[in-house]
Write a protein that binds this ligand. Structure first.
Ligand code: FES
Length: 144
């Protein structure tokens, strides 16, 4: 029994490792790669989907040219993080987790970027925008 649990844990670790490699190479997990990964690890594709949906870091769709991340951690949330997210969704005409129709922006949220004092915080491709407001969202997006 202990051996089976250990094997299952090792397989899961190997799966996460492979998924990270694939995502790094392609920028997302191409769905056509799932059968190949399942065969290699001798697991079902539904097991892989389970892992993909558990870890927010993996995506089955190619991301946009730029990734916009709005911090929704407590400190940013109380300073208007939700309104910033809502406005980003309106401006880009997408929901969190989606990519704009022109392929330019993917919108994501995160639970803390580690710089709570300058919130609400937005990042675009890792560049930080502090004290984000409804008014400066358009100018942030315009830079891209
Ligand atoms: S809560 Fe937003 S940076 Fe910490």
């Amino acid at each position: 029994m202990e051996n089976k649990i250990k094997q299952s844990g090792n397989r899961q670790n190997e799966l996460v490792h492979i998924l990270h490699e694939v995502q790094e190479r392609f920028g997302y997990i191409p769905p056509e790669r799932l059968a190949e990964i399942a065969k290699k690890l001798n697991i079902s594709e539904s097991e892989i989907y389970g892992v993909l949906t558990f870890y927010k870091a993996f995506s089955l769709e190619p991301g946009g040219e730029h990734t916009v991340t709005v911090c929704m951690g407590t400190a940013c949330h109380v300073r208007g993080g939700q309104q910033i997210t809502d406005e980003m969704e309106r401006k880009l005409d997408i929901k969190v987790g989606q990519t704009s129709a022109d392929g330019k922006f993917t919108l994501e949220t995160v639970n803390c970027l580690g710089c709570c004092a300058i919130g609400p915080v937005v990042t675009v491709d890792g560049k930080y925008y502090s004290h984000a407001t409804m008014k400066n969202i358009a100018s942030i997006l315009k830079e891209y």
